[in-house]
Design a protein around this ligand. Structure first.
Ligand SMILES: Nc1ncnc2c1ncn2[C@@H]1O[C@H](COP(=O)(O)OP(=O)(O)O)[C@@H](O)[C@H]1O
Ligand SMILES: [Mg+2]
Length: 341
């Protein structure tokens, strides 16, 4: 089977994708697949990664890639494949853009299709579908950057142009500190900040607006951070639930990829009943966005109340050596899967 593995890409998660992509290639069965590794640089140029396939090892975060040969006609190469695995995170790779290209040239690919990819990449729109599915999630306010001001968008899509002071006022009226400010299109925590007061709130909004003009102001949850991996198309299976123990005040970029103190625990330190509930919710959420193939669905479990909140759905989760998705299924390997509908 001819398999192209694509990694790198034009998003802020380019470096993470290099780690994920090389990790996937190093672990694939070379007897079973004729692998074509394809690297996309930050400008969107395509290259063949020409290193001997048996010698490809997982690169470290920030490590640059060499042994590259420019591809003149990417379509021609992709059309020769039996299947494509886009191990790409973030914009253009995980948001439906490249999936649209695969659809156009009629080559099968791994993972979510155009619609699910673009919904899950956008935190604001994910919230709308998750609400429709009746799954609990954090309270939030949605704003857009507009010239020197902001537009506040209410739950019925009514828009109001506001100054930053008015936005702060709305947030403080409806939410409590700490809050989390996020670009709607974020990943790997890039542009995400935890804020404890007015001043930090304003700065957080400014930071987030550098990455996306859609911004989410979210109620912070004091609790455990847990994740569940799902796999399948119609009959979807859910893995055991894992937990993140962040080395920092929250699971920011450095805590994710650089700080060795951050840990993942499988199973999560919550009751079996709660883990079962989370597995069901993960599948429900995945189906609600019309997910296909795989996703990692992330939740919080609140300390005081034990309430479960869905945080986000990652349609192409990390595949680095420390990543949760592969670890979760590794831990679930010898257990009988149940198909939960
Ligand atoms: N509402 C929240 N309450 C508590 N922690 C949060 C909240 N939102 C985000 N976080 C923290 O910030 C991290 C990054 O936020 P997340 O929404 O997962 O964005 P990304 O898509 O960049 O991973 C999370 O892993 C978590 O540690
Ligand atoms: Mg996340």
């Amino acid at each position: 089977m001819k398999l192209a593995v694509i990694f790198g890409g034009r998003s802020t998660e380019h470096d993470v994708s290099i780690v994920s992509g090389t990790s996937v290639i190093s672990k694939l069965d070379k007897e079973k697949y004729e692998i074509t590794p394809i690297y996309i640089d930050e400008n969107g140029e395509y290259y063949k990664y020409t290193k001997n396939i048996n010698e490809i090892k997982t690169l470290k975060i920030g490590e640059k890639i060499d042994n590259l040969e420019k591809i003149e006609n990417i379509i021609k190469i992709l059309q020769k494949q039996d299947i494509i695995f886009p191990v790409l995170h973030g914009k253009y790779g995980e948001d439906g853009s490249i999936q649209g290209l695969f659809e156009m040239i009629k080559v099968p690919y791994i993972g979510c299709k155009v619609l699910a990819s673009s919904i899950a990449m956008d935190k604001v729109y994910t919230k709308m579908i998750i609400e429709k599915a009746g799954i609990n999630q954090t309270k939030s306010e949605y704003i857009r950057k507009y010239k020197e001001k902001y537009i506040h968008i209410d739950k019925e899509f009514n828009e109001k142009i506001c100054s930053i002071e008015e936005i702060i006022n709305i947030a403080e009226t409806n939410l409590k500190y700490p809050m989390f400010i996020k670009p709607s299109n974020s990943g790997s925590s890039v542009g995400v900040t935890k804020v404890e007061n007015k001043n930090e709130l304003q700065k957080g909004i400014e930071t987030a607006s550098k990455y996306d003009n859609k911004i989410l102001i979210e109620q912070g949850i004091n609790g455990q951070e847990v994740e569940c991996a799902v796999l399948g198309n119609e009959d979807v299976i859910a893995s055991e639930v894992g937990e993140i123990k962040s080395a920092d005040v929250f699971y920011n970029f450095d805590a994710k990829y650089k700080n060795q103190e951050s840990k993942t625990i499988i199973p999560a330190e919550i009751s079996k009943e709660k883990r079962e509930e989370i597995r069901k919710l993960a599948i429900k959420a995945f189906k609600a966005i019309n997910g296909k193939g795989l996703s990692r669905v992330d939740f919080f479990v609140e300390n005081e109340t034990g309430k479960i909140y869905l945080n986000e759905i990652n349609t192409m989760p990390g595949f680095t050596d420390i990543s949760m998705y592969p670890k979760l299924f590794e831990a679930s390997r010898n257990k009988l899967y149940e198909i939960i509908r």
